[in-house]
Design a protein around this ligand. Sequence first.
Ligand SMILES: NC(=O)c1ccc[n+]([C@@H]2O[C@H](COP(=O)([O-])OP(=O)(O)OC[C@H]3O[C@@H](n4cnc5c(N)ncnc54)[C@H](O)[C@@H]3O)[C@@H](O)[C@H]2O)c1
Length: 338
Amino acid sequence: MTVLVTGAAGFIGFHVAAALLARGEAVVGVDCFTPYYDMALKRARAAELLRHPGFRLLELDFAEPGALAALEGTGIDRIVHLGAQPGVRHSIDNPLAYLHANLAGHLALLEFARHAPALRHMVYASSSSVYGANQRLPFAVEDRTDHPVSLYAATKRADELMSEAYAHLYRIPLTGLRFFTVYGPWGRPDMAVWSFTEALYDRRPIRLFAGGRLRRDFTFIDDIVTGVLAVLDRPPADDGMAKPGGSVSPHALYNIGNSRPERVVDLVALLEAETGLSAMVEEAPMQPGDVEATFADVGPLARDAGFRPATPLATGIARWVGWYRDVWRPRISGKGTG
Ligand SMILES: NC(=O)c1ccc[n+]([C@@H]2O[C@H](COP(=O)([O-])OP(=O)(O)OC[C@H]3O[C@@H](n4cnc5c(N)ncnc54)[C@H](O)[C@@H]3O)[C@@H](O)[C@H]2O)c1
């Protein structure tokens, strides 16, 4: 049987697909290579996956009506739906990209799941941003999530609600994972860990919002991948019992994070130590859509799937900088680390 991974050329999708292949699964990856960030990075991730004989790539936009018909006959029995338009700040200026990829796209995957004859489970990406300006820490899946502070967050919450309706109506086993600030090798250039590191090596200033006091639950990619696979292997039962998130249908919601918020200014210090460079800092006010702190309560995921985040920020940052300096940076023409 085959696992469909959407967003396979993206950061998390690439790692999840690689881990599935490594344990002997056949994987069909779907991606349409949106130009949101450096296309060369997405192509390089896809090229890595294509070296594996168990991997097939379909370049298509899953939000386009009928596009997923291309998957007919592929024998898909599980889905990890990670393709989306991410980014809180980008949703201020480009709202329609979120309507397309995150709303129409998510519905297209639910419809595909509904009609896939062998489907056993679909795991999909939600986000810590659904908690909006929630003041209660850590964020728990039982907390209210009806006050998003960005359109991105609103689309992710809408995905959870659409999923609930489909789990209720069609009894499709669905699990939503609320990711907390994921970082690591092959990461995302629009996120702080990458953009700060790049600025350090380029000798450019780092833009530090709100004096660097904002706290984020930075989560290393390997911990995320372990959690995604553990969840994928445990579809929620259709037993009428309440699941994390409150559903009595086969639909569970979990936080997946390091459960240890760190100040952004401390992230900068770790990056300085690891690169041996000192940061030039450009102060900027807190941005619309930003929140003060994120902090995952991962109790339900620990209980149901044995999830234990195993990578302290200092360890993960050392691994990240090592990859960026020794693997990625030398591939970009004209950029060195000296
Ligand atoms: N990285 C994080 O810290 C984080 C945090 C919270 C939630 N998430 C969510 O996790 C998921 C994966 O995020 P990521 O960091 O890997 O992002 P990413 O941008 O690196 O990957 C998403 C991939 O989806 C593809 N894609 C977008 N729209 C598509 C469409 N309509 N058809 C086909 N492919 C499409 C893009 O080309 C991209 O390669 C997303 O749903 C994101 O919202 C990520």
